[in-house]
Write a new protein. Structure first.
Length: 163
């Protein structure tokens, strides 16, 4: 059983799509643990704010199947295939870590944005503060503490999962 970390983000009806994504992820993966939900300004384009979080899960699926599952969940919730990278979206699911695997294929792991996007790093530091990034060999808490917080605006929000 592999431990994976998943980045979730949305800036189109984000409350609806984060809730839907968690329901769908629960159907495909085991033992989900959720970070807090964070609001952040759009990165790479001018747009409405995003809601973001990171989820820890367990799976027996190989990397390729995990990524394919994410793509299907995104499409099931209105994500347009082939849309611009920096654009508004209903749902964005990215595999950040798959155990401590370091690879370039079938995708880059750990995902590079772990080190430079606050909306990924802060929730990871919340979930696994003492675990070390397998490439830079620093804890996620240390990486977050040393992150230049003036680069991206991010704040935790109260999120009602019950509604």
């Amino acid at each position: 059983m592999a431990t994976i970390y998943i980045s979730l983000g949305s800036n189109i009806d984000p409350v609806r799509y984060l809730k839907a994504a968690v329901v769908d992820l629960n159907l495909h993966f085991d033992s989900l643990v959720l970070s807090r939900v964070y609001e952040s300004e759009a990165v790479g384009f001018k747009g409405t704010n995003f809601l973001n979080m990171v989820i820890r899960a367990e799976t027996e699926l190989p990397i390729e199947a995990v990524v394919a599952t994410f793509k299907q969940i995104e499409q099931d919730h209105g994500r347009v295939v082939g849309a611009k990278k920096f654009a508004a979206r209903t749902l964005d699911l990215d595999l950040l870590l798959y155990d401590d695997i370091v690879c370039d294929k079938p995708i880059e792991l750990p995902r590079a944005e772990v080190l430079y996007n606050a909306f990924v790093l802060w929730p990871l530091a919340e979930l696994i503060p003492h675990q070390c990034h397998p490439v830079v060999e620093q804890s996620y808490q240390s990486l977050w503490e040393n992150y230049d917080k003036s680069l991206q605006k991010l704040w935790p929000i109260d999120f009602d999962w019950s509604a």
